[in-house]
Design a protein around this ligand. Structure first.
Ligand SMILES: Cc1cc2nc3c(=O)[nH]c(=O)nc-3n(C[C@H](O)[C@H](O)[C@H](O)COP(=O)(O)OP(=O)(O)OC[C@H]3O[C@@H](n4cnc5c(N)ncnc54)[C@H](O)[C@@H]3O)c2cc1C
Ligand code: SF4
Ligand code: SF4
Length: 463
């Protein structure tokens, strides 16, 4: 028997599942294919009080809480290759790719300055650049830089035409003479799949102007600008000249429930930044009553102007703004407006490689390409294979709070596959479950928290 659970994906869902398992006395092994943990929220997770769900006040785990927990093992640059066995007793193959940079790395940046290979930084939604030796952001776990060997000029171990970074590194942290891959076999009682989702790139939106001007952004790019560790410190300034726009138009061509959630969240964040006009244009026929109702609710909730349109066109004008034209479907009039920034709301889709992962673990995908789960409307956490559960956006788009709740349910289901006698009695309790923030707490909760703080300062009554 084993006391371990393997978690695929080190985003918010996978990390919360890991903490739940560790708190229950199990060992959690997180297999993350990227060079650092955190997933879509990696950059914001290192902030002092962790990231808040901008909508609902959920708190995400601090890296410290995770990495200080000796019941959690994190393997980055790794993927799962196969599985054998049955619930309570699985053997999972894990392939870990070399990092080429050791723990001796002090993040001094000297290698970054000399590396000749320049690439878009995926962790900044492609808005900034990185080198082939890099760290995706200011604070990461693990901390050492990493070499993107696919794009490095070297092909180790036989072909090493470049050694600029090795020469620049004063800490002897870069080594190409290491095995390219390490294969691990992990014995676990259950698996939690949390590989998340990905945002469509802007290619589908070229017809709507994407790629023709830096101030025509996708919603993923806008989101990165709105996050304080992002390239503009959290301000929605225009990439072309760093000026603040007076007006922003968000264009939505598929008003799905999740897309509307993202639009509502971004509208609120833009209005909080005192942008005078934020408008939403829905490029979809007025025929679907469900979408229509949701869009009207969005308009009523956020106070934003929402229009339904067709034949959208956008053109940059000499004032570095955009002339926008479309047919207003409600009035049947042709509309012409000016905006400082245009945001195209891109859809989300299953992460790349999900098919290969599903086939390695022998779990089924649904019609949309996400992991198939049982339960009403896909709300459950059980996959088609007993002992394998799913958390977060891998079974369909979810917000942070829903992803965390799903992670807790998946962890509970996975823990039930272990023999309780194997679980450590001395498990450290790291409470990183969603907590009410000041913005979302009820008056009673706030009163209780203020009382707690006061007692901490002056001591408990009679105590
Ligand atoms: C533009 C945008 C704005 C958003 N704004 C908000 C908001 O304001 N509020 C809110 O609550 N939510 C928001 N969300 C949703 C939020 O981002 C998600 O709820 C959350 O990121 C889901 O976490 P996750 O762990 O499921 O997935 P992810 O964050 O995607 O993490 C998945 C991890 O799994 C790894 N992985 C993938 N495949 C594999 C594999 N085969 N093997 C190993 N590892 C793998 C990935 O590298 C990644 O680290 C927004 C989403 C988008 C796209
Ligand atoms: S690899 Fe070496 S040069 Fe690069 S950041 Fe780390 S310590 Fe500095
Ligand atoms: S070997 Fe050259 S190309 Fe590769 S990471 Fe180092 S400096 Fe960049």
């Amino acid at each position: 028997m084993t006391d371990s659970i393997l978690i695929v994906g080190g985003g918010i869902a996978g990390l919360h599942a890991a903490i739940e398992c560790a708190n229950a006395g199990a060992r959690a092994i997180v297999v993350e294919r990227g060079p650092v943990i955190g997933g879509r929220l990696a950059a914001t997770m290192t902030a002092a009080d962790a990231i808040g769900d901008r909508a609902e006040g959920a708190r995400t785990p601090l890296f410290e809480a995770l990495t200080a927990n000796d019941r959690i093992e994190i393997i980055t640059q790794a993927t799962v290759t196969g599985i054998e066995g049955r619930p309570g007793n699985f053997t999972v193959g894990v392939r870990e790719r070399a990092r080429f940079v050791t723990d001796a790395c002090t993040r001094c940046k000297l290698c970054r300055a000399v590396c000749p290979v320049v690439l878009a930084n995926e962790y900044d939604a492609g808005l900034t650049f990185r080198k082939a030796i890099y760290t995706p952001m200011g604070e990461t776990y693990p901390e050492p830089y990493v070499i993107d060997i696919e794009n490095c000029l070297n092909t180790p171990p036989n072909y090493l035409p470049c050694n600029r970074c090795v020469q620049a590194c004063e800490d002897d942290a870069i080594h190409f003479d290491v095995p390219l891959e390490t294969v691990h076999e992990k014995h676990v009682g259950a698996v939690v799949l949390a590989p998340g989702f990905q945002v469509e790139d802007g290619a589908r939106y070229r017809e709507l102007g994407y790629g023709s001007h830096p101030d025509i952004l996708t919603s993923a790019e806008l989101q990165r600008l709105l996050e304080s560790p992002g390239p503009t410190g959290g301000y929605a300034s225009k990439p072309s000249n760093e000026e603040y726009p007076d007006s922003v138009l968000i264009v939505l061509d598929e008003p799905s429930h999740f897309a509307l959630y993202i639009v509502a969240s971004q509208v609120r964040q833009l209005l909080e930044q005192d942008i005078e006009t934020v408008a939403v244009l829905v490029l979809s026929p007025l025929s679907d009553p469900e979408s229509y109702r949701e869009v009207q609710e969005l308009a009523a909730r956020s106070g934003v102007q929402v229009r339904w349109g067709a034949s959208f066109r956008v053109e940059a004008n000499p004032e570095n703004e955009f002339d926008v034209s479309y047919e207003d479907l409600s009035s049947r009039q042709f509309a012409q407006e000016k905006y400082g920034m245009v945001v195209l709301c891109t859809d989300v889709e299953p992460p790349s490689g999900l098919e290969a992962l599903a086939s390695a673990l022998e779990v089924e995908l649904d019609d949309h390409g996400y992991i198939r789960v049982s339960g009403a409307n896909g709300a459950g956490v059980a996959t088609s294979r007993p002992g394998i559960y799913v958390a977060g956006c891998a079974s369909g788009p979810r917000n942070i709070r829903e992803s965390i709740e799903g992670a807790q349910s998946a962890a509970s289901a996975a823990l039930a596959e272990l023999d309780p006698r194997q679980l450590g009695a001395d498990a450290p309790a790291t409470d990183v479950r969603p907590q009410a923030t000041a913005a979302s707490a009820s008056p009673d909760e706030m009163r209780a928290r203020i009382e707690q703080l006061l007692y901490a300062l002056i001591g408990q009554p009679n105590g």
